[in-house]
Design a binder for this molecule. Structure first.
Ligand SMILES: N[C@@H](CCC(=O)N[C@@H](CS)C(=O)NCC(=O)O)C(=O)O
Length: 202
């Protein structure tokens, strides 16, 4: 069976993060462009692959994987030569999973709240707390740094780092005055794999 990963992709989407991850892990892959303008992602052929009609979506060895954080964690395991995921049983894997899931379950919804200027929700009820708490937690995540796992770059950096870079580009409040987050964004965006993917498309 072919090891090639198929990524359903549009450069104006979160699929950029999966593209970046494919380059970091060194996987063989092909991009299948999804045209939002013609609603390709809402047509029956694509809904058979991802019933949410969303990208990124990958297919690897006949298995469909959706959700950017899951895709990135999966790719790190499936292409271990890149060394982007500690082994099962290694406590550092817990740290990697912690921040990968935090990225999707707290960072992302809190960022959408703040970018859409939604009324703050009760932070005790909302699993993602609020934007200030999320940014504070991300600073703790980088202690001691330079990466989530200290000296080891991992799948968590791909997801959280790309989200942070995106948040900065779109002017999310509270990032410009946090030097630790800015320096981390600079480290992420300087990586050759980032430059070849997200950095090349904007
Ligand atoms: N929970 C998904 C969200 C993916 C998502 O919302 N993708 C957007 C593009 S950034 C999309 O495909 N939108 C098209 C649509 O919903 O019609 C993930 O984390 O991957």
């Amino acid at each position: 069976m072919s090891d090639e990963v198929t990524l359903y992709y549009n450069p104006r989407s979160r699929a950029q993060m999966a593209h970046y991850a494919l380059e970091e892990v060194g996987a063989p892959y092909k991009l299948v462009h999804i045209d939002f303008e013609s609603g390709e992602n809402r047509k029956p052929d694509f809904l058979k692959i991802n019933p949410m009609g969303k990208i990124p979506t990958i297919v690897h060895r006949d298995t469909v994987i959706t959700e950017a954080a899951a895709i990135i964690g999966y790719l790190a395991d499936a292409f271990p030569a890149a060394g982007l995921a500690p082994a099962v049983g290694d406590p550092r894997r817990g740290t990697m999973l912690r921040w990968l899931v935090f990225g999707a379950s707290s960072f992302e919804p809190a960022m959408v709240d703040v970018m859409m200027k939604r009324e703050p929700v009760n932070k005790m009820m909302a699993g993602w707390g609020d934007w200030d708490d999320v940014l504070g937690a991300l600073e703790v995540m980088l202690d001691p740094g330079p990466w989530v796992l200290g000296d080891q770059f991992s799948a968590a950096d791909i997801y959280v780092g790309a989200e942070l870079a995106w948040a900065k580009t779109f002017g999310a409040p509270g990032i410009a005055d946090r030097p630790k987050l800015l320096a981390y964004i600079d480290r992420i965006t300087a990586r050759p794999a980032y430059q070849r993917t997200i950095g090349a498309t904007g």
